[in-house]
Design a protein around this ligand. Structure first.
Ligand code: IPE
Ligand code: IPE
Ligand code: MG
Length: 233
């Protein structure tokens, strides 16, 4: 099987999973966090180099205050709970998103997990948190404008523009998986997804299994990527 170097996941359907069971939405998020833990393990087994998980979007602030608070705390809890696995498996963590607007305790964990794992090299786990693709592009443009105002000459090419995105050294996702049956990107990796292969499954994120993950990789494996060129055969 052809293994994608970078897999990105839109972990969707936590709320519906809970609702179907008559549970509060947060129960779905709790269960979803466990599935992310499992997905990290499956990715390690497969030798995936970069795994990105969309955990909180810049639009998710629109949700009820209690749910937003729960998701902030879940981020903190997850970092603490997963530290052991990260160390054992030598997983480097990067947070992808906007620092502005996040509470102090979340920012502290953000820095802590990046610092503690920065020398690990087996896999990079990217947590998209307070992330919005359009905001990321605007932030990049703003940095460029700032530099130009300070007298720097910036010649804009795709490669140079990329240097201004949040994580310039992370390669574009080869495969983007979205669970729960929704077929949209919801502001995820807008610049980086230009040539990503997309895979949608009806499975709700809390029910996502290794089999589902392998199915997505298998589908990717069979695709021919042409990047605008012509096929080899
Ligand atoms: C995804 O599940 C998790 C986040 C967006 C934080 P949802 O909470 O969006 O679940 P649904 O889409 O309402 O079922
Ligand atoms: C996308 O899911 C964001 C995350 C998975 C973190 P949403 O549930 O927020 O997206 P929409 O509202 O269905 O587009
Ligand atoms: Mg959703």
């Amino acid at each position: 099987m052809k293994i994608p170097r970078h897999v990105a996941i839109i972990m969707d359907g936590n709320g519906r999973w809970a609702k179907r069971r008559g549970l509060p939405r947060i129960k779905g998020h709790q269960r979803g966090a466990q599935v992310l833990h499992n997905t990290v393990k499956w990715s390690l087994e497969l030798g995936i180099e970069y795994l990105t998980a969309y955990s909180f979007s810049t639009e998710n602030w629109k949700r009820p205050k209690e749910e937003v608070e729960f998701l902030m705390n879940l981020f903190i809890q997850m970092v603490d709970r997963e530290m052991e696995l990260l160390k054992k498996e030598r997983v480097r963590v990067k947070i992808l998103g906007r620092k502005k607007g996040l509470p102090e305790n979340v920012l502290k964990k953000w820095n802590e997990v990046e610092e503690k794992t920065c020398n690990f090299d087996r896999m990079t786990l990217i947590i998209a948190f307070n992330y919005g693709g359009r905001k990321e592009i605007l932030d990049a443009v703003e940095s460029i404008i700032g530099e130009v105002r300070n007298g720097k000459e910036v010649i804009l090419t795709e490669e140079i523009f990329r240097r201004y995105l949040y994580l310039p050294d992370v390669p574009d996702p080869d495969l983007i998986i979205r669970t729960s049956g929704e077929m949209r990107l919801s502001n995820f990796l807008i610049w980086q997804s230009a040539y990503s292969e997309l895979y949608f499954t009806k499975r709700l994120w809390p029910d996502f299994t290794k089999k589902d993950f392998l199915r997505a990789i298998e589908s990717y494996s069979k695709r021919e990527r042409r990047f605008g060129g012509l096929s080899d055969g």
